[in-house]
Design a protein around this ligand. Structure first.
Ligand code: ADP
Length: 552
């Protein structure tokens, strides 16, 4: 812009200078032409006087040759010419200045000379004898004078040009300075040119809009980051060339990556063929999912194609940690297999015994024994089915019983009463110590926990052993402790005894279902209680259940 203004000012200055120069030349030329004509008139008057006094001889008496002098008679014949041979010169009566001088007495003319062939200024004067004296001077001399006079003018023009250059620079600079001073980021309110006010206003509006949009974008980005960073699911966004555009912390953790390789291929994060296939299928426009089971962690990857204007532009990958789900699934499968097996065993016994009875192969006296077998196995079946129902209810979290305050001590007393016949059979002494301890829970589940622990303490005890049950209020809540002097549980089995259908010592299984401690574990979890086990093989075991503080 500065250059444009500079050029415009310079062009104007040059045009003005050129016009002035033409005007000056024109004026000077007119001035000198007039001076030449005046000089011709003065010289003509002087020479005319000489002719009138001395006659024609005056002309040949050594007059200066600067000007052309022609003497013409009244008929137009040339009597004398100081530059040309008068004899060879034609009739001059037709020359404008001569013709007019003959008629009017004097005449000035500027025309092309037929004799000399150049533009010439003439002055013709009629003498008293009717002849005409004509003086001429060519125009070159006028131009010479003009040129001489122009020398200082050229100097002035050169100076003016320099001045114009300098001024154009300064003016351009000054004109542009307020425009340069406008800060596009913060254009302010006032401007040096009112013509710029709409532009400045627009800039201000645009800045405001851009700032608002930027703030919106930042907020949206922060929201997105907050959401994705707090997601447990991994999220990856890739472009059509598998380059990673965005990813959250969970994704990196799930894929075991340490840094965010933004801009690099997502395939570098996981080299497994399943993952590659997932990415390729999504980029080909098909939703795909795969399971990556590695290092004890099971991840499920869902890949969906992302489209822009109907064409695949990348893909979005969601990764879930499904280790727990897969573990549960495996447990469920194992449980189903175990249930079938566990149910089949008593049923086979019942079927076999029933067949023997049916075929009459049993003596009358032995019938009660066989019938007792059938009853025991049937009872085992019922117990097992009851336990399975309990467990599945706990699993689903849909236990029907309502929550209420239960006194752990009275519960334990009732259980010991129920178990008294069994304990007596095994000559196991049972004691209950402590006092009332309220527990907030589902009574049926509390009873299951106490019953199963005490039942095991009797069942896995030695003949003549002891079971000590203590109920007390601890700082964290009510604590139930069941100690026995039984076979104990080896350290490597202390975790496993809580698994479904697991029986530590088959020789001492005592006809249990293998589900009792599972029910204890799941029931305690359901109520928010904690189960601890201490045991010394051959000496006995101690199960401690710490319930959460009962609500007031
Ligand atoms: P079960 O119906 O067989 O008793 P549990 O789940 O209650 O099933 O117990 C699992 C296994 O843990 C038992 O088979 C037994 O081997 C062991 N066990 C449980 N309680 C005791 C205990 N008090 N002393 C010794 N072993 C025990």
């Amino acid at each position: 812009m500065k250059r444009h203004i500079f050029r415009a000012i310079l062009a104007v200055a040059l045009a003005v200078e050129a016009a002035s120069l033409v005007l000056i030349v024109w004026v000077l030329h007119d001035f000198f032409e007039e001076r030449v004509t005046e000089e011709l008139a003065q010289s003509a008057a002087y020479i005319a006087r000489g002719i009138e006094i001395h006659g024609g001889a005056y002309l040949t008496g050594g007059l200066p040759e600067i000007k052309r002098i022609t003497w013409i008679d009244s008929n137009g014949a040339v009597l004398f010419d100081n530059w040309e041979d008068s004899a060879g010169m034609g009739d001059h009566a037709d020359r404008t200045e001569v013709r007019d001088a003959l008629l009017l007495g004097r005449r000035t003319a500027v025309r092309r000379s037929d004799t000399l062939g150049q533009k010439t200024a003439y002055y013709a004067l009629r003498l008293s004898d009717g002849t005409v004296l004509r003086l001429a001077e060519d125009q070159d001399s006028v131009w010479m004078m003009v040129l001489q006079a122009l020398r200082p003018v050229f100097l002035m023009v050169a100076l003016a040009l320099c001045l114009a250059l300098w001024l154009a620079g300064r003016v351009a600079q000054r004109l542009v300075a307020p425009i340069n001073a406008i800060d596009p980021e913060d254009p302010g309110g006032e401007t040096a040119y009112e013509e710029l006010a709409p532009l400045v206003g627009k800039l201000r509006d645009q800045n405001r809009r851009i700032r608002r949009q930027m703030a919106d974008l930042v907020r949206q980005r922060e929201e997105f980051n907050t959401i994705t960073e707090h997601m447990q699911e991994g999220l990856l966004v890739i472009d059509r060339d598998t380059r990673l555009l965005s990813c959250n912390k969970a994704a990196l953790e799930l894929l075991g990556a340490e840094e965010t390789p933004l801009g690099e291929s997502v395939l570098a994060l996981d080299r497994e063929a399943g993952f590659r296939r997932c990415v390729e299928e999504a980029l080909a426009g098909r939703a795909w999912e795969t399971l990556l089971d590695r290092d004890g962690v099971c991840r499920q990857v869902f890949a969906s194609p992302a489209e822009r204007d109907g064409a695949p532009s990348g893909a979005v990958l969601v990764i879930l940690d499904v280790t727990e789900r897969e573990r549960r699934e495996a447990l469920r499968r194992e449980f189903t297999a175990n249930v079938s097996h566990e149910l089949k065993t008593p049923l086979t016994t019942i079927l076999g015994t029933a067949e023997i009875l049916e075929n009459g192969m049993v003596r009358e006296a032995d019938i009660p024994h066989f019938a007792g077998n059938i009853r025991r196995e049937a009872q085992r079946l019922i117990d097992m089915v009851d336990d399975i129902i309990q467990l599945s209810r706990l699993d689903e979290g849909g236990f029907a019983g309502s929550w209420e305050a239960v006194d752990l001590y009275s519960q334990a007393a009732r259980v010991l009463e129920q178990l008294a016949p069994a304990a007596e059979r095994r000559q196991v002494t049972m004691t209950l110590e402590g006092g009332p301890a309220p527990v907030w829970g589902v009574p049926q589940i509390v009873e299951e926990i106490v019953y199963n622990l005490c039942d095991n303490a009797v069942a896995y005890n030695r003949q003549g052993g002891a079971v000590a049950v203590t109920v007390e209020n601890g700082p964290e809540g009510a604590v139930l402790s069941v100690r026995d002097t039984g076979v104990g549980i080896p350290p490597e089995e202390r975790e496993r005894v809580f698994e479904r259908f697991y029986r530590a010592d088959k020789s001492h299984s005592g006809g249990g279902t293998g589900l009792g401690l599972s029910i204890v574990k799941h029931g305690a979890a359901y109520l928010g209680a904690r189960v601890a086990l201490e045991s010394e093989p051959g000496k006995g075991s101690a199960f401690t259940v710490t319930f959460p503080l009962a609500r007031s």
